[in-house]
Design a protein around this ligand. Structure first.
Ligand SMILES: NC(=O)c1ccc[n+]([C@@H]2O[C@H](COP(=O)([O-])OP(=O)(O)OC[C@H]3O[C@@H](n4cnc5c(N)ncnc54)[C@H](OP(=O)(O)O)[C@@H]3O)[C@@H](O)[C@H]2O)c1
Length: 316
């Protein structure tokens, strides 16, 4: 098979560097073709699409495509209805991405635990009010999603001494973490958490689950950290929950519309910190190991690592 010796990789992303990915792939493949953009001499020879989002003209012209490899841990950004149904798709699971997610989670948690968000408000009002710090064990954190990333976040926070709870679809055992499943488990967890941190994938079941009904079950004055996807959150419900004092503050790395529109009420909101979808990023030189393994599998006609199932909603 010609493709086995020389994979033809189509690359498309508005956030990842094609030059960095080309250089990273060169460490794994002696001979390969790397195509970016619309002008491709022989689209029928493309074997693998390495993409963050779907290009405007889709992937239809790549008639011999063997695999679609997401450049992200999620696949919801890929406009799933427009993907060729017969081509397997895999999400990216990568230690460098997980590490940056853990760093972000710790930073956001400590900002609330050490009341920096309160001191930020105070400092804008020239206000010097002493609030004594508390021990980490007194701060309870509920992590929504205990997968590749959520599990590492929960364990890292537990290691810092926080009281960590986690919620997943199926039961999990994680040392030092109290785990929950089902609606009752969710209610129990958010009702006892000072900080709720979302790192769920976006599926039909999880879309808009951070909403008025769930916020009503939160501990009074809890903080929210959303590192999942913008569509997990009903944005107007968050504004109401903060206005009522039910939720004290929120850190949002993701938004329903990205970039967040200039006129959006989240900007300049004293209770909301926006970060521009930076929580997790992969380092191509590290992530290429997984990507290359999947390119080899695709060329050999094998099942992909971290392949997603046919309804595109869950991991195999
Ligand atoms: N902001 C960023 O920069 C950034 C970067 C990377 C990833 N992300 C987000 O993080 C998400 C998670 O990534 P991952 O690699 O950890 O995914 P994963 O390995 O697939 O884990 C997903 C977790 O969510 C749980 N889950 C899924 N549906 C559920 C439901 N309906 N009810 C309860 N639990 C449910 C799963 O439970 P089971 O294990 O029981 O199935 C699993 O524990 C991604 O999909 C993406 O949205 C964001």
């Amino acid at each position: 098979m010609v493709g086995q010796l020389k994979p033809h990789i189509f690359f498309h992303s508005n956030i990842d560097s094609p030059d960095e990915w080309r250089a990273a792939l060169a460490t794994e493949f002696e001979d390969f073709t790397f195509s970016v953009g619309r002008e491709i001499a022989s689209p029928e020879s493309v074997d693998v699409a390495l993409i963050w989002t779907l290009p405007d003209d889709g992937l239809e012209r790549f008639v011999n495509l063997r695999a679609i490899l997401s450049l992200g841990a999620g696949i919801d950004q890929l406009d799933l209805g427009r993907l060729p149904k017969h081509v397997p798709i895999a999400r990216l699971v990568d230690a460098s991405l997980t590490r940056t997610m853990v760093e972000y989670a710790k930073t956001a948690v400590y900002r609330y635990h050490r009341r920096f968000h309160v001191f930020e408000r105070q400092s804008r009002n020239c206000q010097w009010t002493f609030i004594p710090p508390t021990v980490s064990a007194a701060t309870s954190i509920g992590v929504l999603g205990l997968g590749e990333i959520g599990r590492e976040i929960a364990l890292a926070l537990q290691h810092e001494g926080f009281a960590v709870h986690g919620w997943s679809r199926t039961p999990k055992k994680l040392e030092g973490v109290t785990t929950h499943t089902g609606r009752d488990g969710l209610t129990r967890m958010v009702g006892s958490s000072n900080i709720v941190l979302n790192v769920l994938p976006l599926t039909e079941e999880t879309r808009h689950m951070l909403c008025r009904d769930l916020f009503a079950q939160f501990k009074d004055g809890a903080c929210l950290i959303n590192m999942g996807r913008g569509a997990h959150l009903v944005e107007s419900d968050l504004l109401d929950a903060i206005a009522s004092g039910k939720i004290d503050a929120a850190t949002l790395d993701v938004a329903a519309v990205e970039p967040l529109p200039r006129s959006h009420p989240f900007w300049n909101h004293p209770g909301i910190l926006i970060t521009p979808h930076v929580a997790g990023t992969s380092v191509p030189m590290a992530a290429v190991v997984t990507i290359a393994a999947n390119i080899r599998r695709a060329m050999a006609g094998e099942c992909l690592l971290h392949q997603v199932d046919s309804d595109r909603a869950h991991r195999v």
